[in-house]
Design a protein around this ligand. Structure first.
Ligand code: MRU
Length: 343
């Protein structure tokens, strides 16, 4: 995918989102002109990935102002609509951080709000580019001196999940651009298949060799010595380095720790939540039971079964070898806690 293709785009009058529920077989966009449609798009994962929903939320403030003007809302009603956007999903702190940042310009009016939202979007792309360089440098120094790297990743952290380029997938793209990547193992990511539908699609656009594997295959692939490092994104990182990311991530981290290979988290500093001391304080989104009881809309589990569907899990900070941000790489498990270094 070219860097110019944007998951979240402001058209001048509204938002255009790439519909990530339709990929890879259909590339469709959704035009968002009102707050209800935006909240629904965030909750159904039409737009998803922590930085991408942060950018969508930032422009959502502008949408609320425009809709309020069109429909004669009071200021209180506009603010209430912004609060609904802010709370559309609970785990990724980027959504709240980006909405709050844009709201600091709220009383200045629409132009100021749009200027701030555009800055959120631009800075995310810049952060991703910087992370790509830092992460690739670190990985090549620690694990890639003698041959191209084999990298495992979980969920989708590419251009689709961000304002552009990608976090963990941005590091992978950078390794590929430097000719230092052998292959990517992309976990399919249950239950919504962000890995096999979205990461694989992005890797195909980039011509990056890869395997899609079941999440349940990841630990075995690591323990058999078939990968050199794992790199994932994050939805919220507590001050002690505990990291919430797509469900299944902690299993990858445990396998990497056992095998003694690096487990990296790549995320912009907007994903670090210093007001949350440890992972225990991170609200993990519980999604609808049908997502695990059905397959492609067809019930697969017995009618009597209940579903347990946490969208994320928390990897203890001590299992995180390094945190890649736009400021560089912190070696978390070696004692460089994000809370100490990012204040
Ligand atoms: O439920 P999703 O698809 O929004 O979950 C996304 C993830 O867990 C990503 O790894 C995370 O948001 C980082 S995206 C750069």
């Amino acid at each position: 995918m070219s860097q110019e293709l944007r998951a979240v785009d402001w058209t001048g009058t509204g938002l255009t989102l790439i519909d990530q529920t339709r990929l890879p077989h259909r590339t469709e966009t959704v035009d968002v002109r009102d707050v209800d449609t935006l909240v629904d798009a965030i909750q159904r994962l039409v737009v998803r990935g922590a930085p991408a929903i942060g950018a969508a939320g930032a422009y959502g403030v502008a949408l609320a102002l425009i809709q309020g003007e069109r429909e004669g809302w009071s200021e209180a009603r506009v603010r209430e609509a912004v609060a609904r956007i802010r709370e559309a999903r609970p785990t990724a702190v980027n959504l709240m951080v980006c909405v709050d940042r844009v709201m600091t310009r709220f009383t200045e009016g629409l132009d100021a709000v749009l200027e701030e939202a555009a800055a959120v979007q631009r800075e995310d792309v810049d952060a991703n580019r910087a992370m790509g360089g830092y992460g690739a440098d670190w990985l090549l120094k620690k694990a890639g001196e003698d041959r191209p790297l084999r990298i495992l990743t979980h969920c989708n952290t590419g251009a689709l999940a961000t304002a552009g380029w990608g976090t963990a997938l941005g590091v992978i793209r950078e390794l590929h651009a430097r000719g230092r990547l052998e292959v990517v193992y992309a976990d399919e990511t249950r239950p919504l298949l962000q890995g096999s539908r979205l990461t694989a699609w992005e890797l195909v656009q980039e011509g990056i060799p890869h395997y899609v594997q079941a999440d349940a295959a990841a630990a075995g692939t690591v323990l058999r010595g078939e990968v050199d490092a794992a790199i994932v994104g994050a939805d919220r990182i507590a001050a002690n380095g505990d990291t919430a990311n797509k469900v299944g991530t902690v299993g990858v981290a445990l396998a990497c720790a056992y095998a003694g290979i690096p487990f990296l988290v790549a995320a912009p500093t907007t994903t670090v939540d210093l007001s949350t001391p440890t992972g225990d304080g991170i609200h993990i989104e519980l999604r609808g039971e049908d997502e695990v009881l059905e397959w492609a809309g067809v019930r697969t589990a017995p009618a009597e079964s209940r579903g347990h569907n946490p969208a994320f899990d928390v990897t203890p900070g001590r299992l995180v070898t390094g945190l890649v941000t736009e400021r560089g790489v912190l070696e978390v498990s070696a004692g460089e806690l994000p809370g100490d270094r990012l204040r």
